[in-house]
Design a binder for this molecule. Sequence first.
Ligand code: ZN
Length: 150
Amino acid sequence: MRLAYRASAAAARRAAGTSAATDPAARDRGWRDFAARCARTLALVLGIDPIDISAQPDPTRRIGTGEWPGVLLRVTDPEDQTEYLFIPEAGNLDVFLALLPCPTCGVPVPWVRVAELADLGEFLTARGWIFDPAFWTDPAHAPGCGHYRR
Ligand SMILES: [Zn+2]
């Protein structure tokens, strides 16, 4: 794929994401730079093209001292269009948490810690349930969800 085409496609996708986002952070250069860094790092961890990752403000998880929304990273597999959601692990921008729906409330919450591609592969081929400790404390669980432990 030619660079100019890829760059134009990326700009169009970012513009669409920015206009759809209700959080003003999506228009802030500092937040966008941070989100782009997260996407680049996740692309390296997964061994994929960064163009297949879009970043958007995470309405329920905060970063820093809480004034900024977190970064929700949506990976789309170009082969079959399967979508995967990730967030950076708190305090460690080299590691990500893969999100899947909570079996009780249905909201995407962290299930597995992904520091390298094999971590995701192990999870995808595992039988039974594997929960990262962040599963239990993630603020995205719906109010009253029995899986949420403060
Ligand atoms: Zn839940």
